[in-house]
Write a protein that binds this ligand. Structure first.
Ligand code: ATP
Length: 282
């Protein structure tokens, strides 16, 4: 039996550059990893089947699960006759902008690489992963990276300075295609990608706090005003910086002391059910 953890990601930046001929948006985003984790176990089956064992109302246990898609792709690509039972324990909120499904898929690539004795490199797994989702390549490594293309072209970066992250998700789910569909590229804000890269290079916490940006934030906030309300509440509760992650609706805030993190957590508990205190892992 193999165990893997699947950590959530947050966007320090997300810039949408232009719409490509293939319908995807060309993006430039800096992502890092936080310690909110799904847990997966992998057990070989001799009947060749892929079985997902998950108890969650909003997570499919069939071929629609990203962990299933990852396992199927591994079987086909490496010509594996064995199957697998994947037990999935979710902690990462669903449809949140935290790449929960992508991280589960990435953990599946890593887990099966070991369970089935494939032993391919992380680079090869990361490339293969881009066939089933844009954020999975990043999640293969976790860590911190500048992600370009659809998100699958990675440049690894230094880990961010240490900080507490308070993460809160309003009680709504947001679909990524819906947000990209509503995006008007003539109305996007300037995203401080360069400043954020410099903050990571120099390990400067204050500068990092000033160089967060997400061009999807106003789009999601326009459709779901509760996201803006949550961000305002977070800012008023004393975080050093706050931003929506991915296409939302999750908002996170940075503080340096655990005591402050608890204060922010308490202020947000009345607003939504999903509130977490986490650390930057990067
Ligand atoms: P991203 O930040 O990459 O857009 P997300 O955090 O917004 O991801 P997820 O929680 O990864 O969204 O999943 C969104 C949808 O994918 C859900 O509607 C869910 O039904 C489906 N899904 C497929 N596999 C999984 C999985 N392993 N965990 C969670 N959701 C999954």
């Amino acid at each position: 039996m193999i165990y893997e953890t699947a950590p959530a990601k947050i966007n320090l930046t997300l810039d949408t550059l232009y719409k490509r001929d293939d319908g995807y948006h060309e993006v430039e985003m800096i992502m890092t990893t936080i310690d909110i984790n799904d847990r997966l176990t992998f057990e070989t089956r001799e009947d060749g089947e892929i079985v997902i064992d998950v108890e969650h109302n909003f997570v499919p246990s069939d071929h629609r699960n990203l962990a299933y898609k990852a396992a199927k792709l591994m079987q086909d690509k490496y010509n594996i006759k064995q199957g697998v039972t994947i037990s999935l324990e979710k902690s990462i909120p669903i449809s949140a902008g935290l790449a929960g499904g992508s991280s589960d898929a990435a953990a599946t690539f890593r887990g099966l690489n070991e369970l089935w004795g494939i032993n391919d490199s992380l680079e090869a797994l990361s490339e293969l992963a881009s066939e089933i989702g844009s954020d999975i390549s990043f999640c293969i490594y976790g860590k911190t990276a500048l992600c370009r293309g659809r998100g699958e072209q990675l440049t690894h970066l230094p880990k961010p300075p240490s900080a507490w992250v308070v993460v809160a998700k309003p009680d709504i789910g947001v679909s990524t295609p819906e947000i990209y569909g509503a995006l008007d590229l003539n109305e996007t804000i300037e995203v401080p990608t360069k400043a954020c890269l410099e903050a990571l290079e120099t390990g400067d916490y204050e500068m990092l706090c000033q160089s967060l940006g997400n061009s999807l934030e106003s789009v999601t906030m326009h459709l779901y005003p509760e996201v803006e309300k949550l961000k305002n509440t977070m800012q008023n509760s004393g975080v050093d910086a706050a931003l929506m992650s991915g296409s939302g609706p999750t908002v996170y805030g940075f503080v340096q002391k655990e005591r402050q993190a608890k204060q922010v957590y308490n202020a947000l508990m009345g607003c939504c059910n999903d509130v977490f205190i986490a650390r930057l892992l990067g």
